[in-house]
Design a binder for this molecule. Structure first.
Ligand code: ATP
Ligand code: MG
Length: 274
């Protein structure tokens, strides 16, 4: 496939730039640590003394009203937005505020945006193959004949995202929900340690939502996953620990039952539905 050859050639030329593996150190604490983070946009405090920690392997749901700062929080973690003050660490070794977006991504922080960006003309399998090529640890070894271990990695992800039967079909024929899963699969191919998922079930059918819940739940333990979602039924179906953001700060944290019975949370957010 020409695009693969091109990528492989490009990598040979630039292989000296491939960063050495620098695994995240979680021996002494969380995988993500945010302390006293503040961000203002034209004087408006979008993030206001935000303190948040995510443990290695946990699945965290983040809820909160529109404008609470949920997406901005993800922008800060991925290096898209620089906070005015505060600390953001990935494990105990990596200060994310001193790193740029590509370096943060190659450290193992994957982000799923709402709009899927799969290559419609390529097959499901080829989409995953391409995503694997973006993994700096695999890239240098990628050749025309795929190593069995790489094929196995794609097969395992196909299984996880429930697209095994459609592996040879062009991604363009997939339903909206299936494209979302493929995109999650493409992120998984890069073996992230932390996956950030913003509103994954928007526009999905009930059945697709159920499968997405299964998929995200199945990742628990292998990688840490942070899910921002407005659909409370969906959140309830996957929730372990839930964080409620409001006006750029953590308003409440706990189980779904704890936060949904919290008077402050009911007042600012769940009140509408309760
Ligand atoms: N680049 C920006 N420039 C100016 N204001 C911004 C910028 N990004 C976000 N904001 C503002 O910061 C606040 C927080 O926005 P953010 O998108 O993080 O909220 P959210 O919790 O993701 O909301 P939603 O649930 O609607 O997605 C909003 O008032 C938004 O208008
Ligand atoms: Mg948002």
């Amino acid at each position: 496939m020409s695009i693969m050859t091109e990528l492989a050639n490009r990598d040979q030329v630039f292989s000296f730039l491939t960063p050495t593996d620098s695994p995240v150190d979680v021996r002494h604490g969380p995988i993500l640590y945010m302390e006293d983070v503040n961000v203002s946009f034209d004087g408006f405090k979008a993030i206001n003394n935000l303190n948040l920690t995510i443990d290695d392997g946990e699945l965290r749901c983040i809820i909160g009203p529109n404008g609470a700062g949920k997406t901005t929080m993800m922008d800060i973690i991925t290096g898209k937005t620089r906070p005015d003050t505060g600390s953001v660490w990935f494990g105990s070794r990596h200060n994310l505020l001193q790193m740029n977006e590509p370096d943060i991504a190659s450290l193992g922080i994957g982000r799923k945006f709402q709009k899927p960006t799969v290559f419609e003309a390529l097959s499901v399998f080829e989409n995953l193959e391409l995503a694997m090529a973006a993994d700096k640890r695999v890239f240098p070894t990628l050749t025309a004949t795929m190593k069995p271990e790489h094929r196995e990695r794609i097969d395992a992800v196909l299984e996880t995202i429930h697209l095994k039967d459609l592996r040879d079909h062009p991604a363009g024929i997939l339903s909206h929900g299936q494209k979302q899963w493929l995109e999650i699969g493409m992120l998984l191919m890069q073996r992230p340690r932390l996956l950030l998922v913003d509103e994954p079930v928007a526009g999905m059918t009930e059945q697709e939502m159920e499968r997405t819940a299964e998929l995200l739940t199945s990742l628990t333990g292998k990688q840490s996953v942070v899910v921002v979602e407005h659909d409370m039924g969906f959140v309830r179906s996957i929730a372990r620990k839930v964080t409620v953001l409001h006006q750029g700060s953590v308003l409440a944290e706990g189980t779904m039952d704890q936060v949904s019975n919290d008077p402050e949370v009911i007042k600012v957010y769940l009140g509408e539905d309760a």
